[in-house]
Design a protein around this ligand. Structure first.
Ligand SMILES: O=C(CO)COP(=O)(O)O
Length: 254
């Protein structure tokens, strides 16, 4: 399984920032293929980003509707993301679960819609600080995984991103043992539910990933990649993390 280095621009980015995508693509052109690079951007930027990515890195969306085309003002469906050139979509990010009241059932319906249109999904789960404090991190994450990830039809592709809410944008990282604890639990659940298909599902870690901590995270058992927020906005920062994944000396943006 190739390591996935994925960015999440969240609600950041104007056309003026598309040069960052071009710089990410330039740095990855002709590189070894043991690392897959994906940047998920706001829907308004997908088509521009796909052009700038020049087929070197993949571009994804950050959400999609569970519905097909219809009377849903303001929503964007999976087919539209695909049409704009996205190959993947992040679903169930905690900022959507919290800010837009998305339940596990909503997320599962969105995942199915994305798969119908050939998008790979990154299904996000994670516990709050209070849930961890109460000793419920494993149960919360396990329950979210079970209810947010539908049975996987042949040909569908998904990753699961473990993003503890208290680590997102905070600069606070879980310990290596905490990551191992949750990811081991998730991998065991995936193995039990999906059998050999589990081996095609990457588990990503997300939350305050930077080039300085990327090596330690990527070297943690059961980590198959990372989902990066703030440090994915600038090619200089993002490329440094990709370089770490490739085992090269960081060179920054080219
Ligand atoms: O939410 C995240 C990625 O989806 C993580 O964000 P930060 O890397 O900024 O902590």
């Amino acid at each position: 399984m190739r390591t996935l280095i994925a960015g999440n621009w969240k609600m950041h980015g104007l056309q003026a920032q598309i040069g960052e995508i071009a710089a990410m693509a330039r740095a990855n052109a002709g590189g070894p293929s043991d690392v897959e690079v994906l940047v998920c951007v706001p829907a308004t930027l997908i088509a521009h980003a796909v052009q700038a990515a020049d087929g070197v890195i993949q571009i994804g969306g950050e959400d999609c509707s569970a519905e097909e085309a219809g009377p849903f003002t303001g929503d964007i469906d999976a087919q539209m993301l695909r049409d704009a050139g996205a190959t993947s979509v992040i679903l169930g990010h905690s900022e959507r679960r919290q800010g837009h009241h998305e339940t596990d059932a909503t997320v599962a319906a969105k995942v199915k819609a994305a798969w119908r249109h050939g998008l790979a999904t990154i299904v996000c789960i994670g516990e709050t600080q209070a849930q961890r404090h109460d000793g419920n991190a494993l149960k919360v994450c396990g329950d979210q995984l079970a209810a947010s990830l539908p049975d996987i039809p042949a040909g569908a592709c998904t990753s699961v991103a473990y993003e503890p809410l208290w680590a997102i944008g905070s600069g606070t990282m879980p310990t290596r043992e905490q990551i191992i604890g949750v990811l081991g639990h998730l991998r065991a659940a995936l193995d039990e539910r999906f059998g050999s298909t589990s081996q095609s599902i990457r588990i990503l870690y997300g939350g305050s990933v930077k080039s300085e901590n990327a090596l330690e995270i990527l070297d943690t058992p059961d980590v198959n990649g990372v989902l990066i927020g703030g440090a994915s906005l600038l090619a200089h920062d993002f490329n440094a993390i990709v370089d770490v994944a490739r085992g090269r000396t960081p060179t920054g943006s080219v």
